[in-house]
Design a protein around this ligand. Structure first.
Ligand code: SF4
Ligand code: SF4
Length: 80
């Protein structure tokens, strides 16, 4: 699995009222950030693996995905 080397500025939000669980976003993510969770039976996102490329948002046939900007405080790392 490829993982992002820096923390993404964006996070994937999935509108579950629109999502049909088609898994297109899983197939279109080159970083394996989107995945099918067999235990719960829904598609989820590993936010730490997302690089914000927008592929999943573009290809989602239900327009269920948004990329939202993470709060700066969650991206900031301690300097020491
Ligand atoms: S591509 Fe869209 S509709 Fe399909 S599983 Fe992903 S979020 Fe849901
Ligand atoms: S924005 Fe790109 S890297 Fe992030 S989950 Fe979607 S397809 Fe994967």
């Amino acid at each position: 699995m490829r993982t992002a080397s820096v923390i993404s500025k964006f996070a994937v939000e999935r509108d579950l009222s629109r999502c049909t669980q088609c898994q297109t976003c899983v197939k279109e993510c080159g970083f394996e950030a989107n995945y099918y969770d067999a235990l719960s039976g829904v598609v989820r996102t590993r936010q730490g693996s997302c690089v914000g490329c927008q592929n999943c948002m573009i290809y989602c046939p239900a327009k269920a995905i948004s990329l939202v900007e993470r709060a700066a405080s969650t991206r900031r790392r301690r300097a020491n």
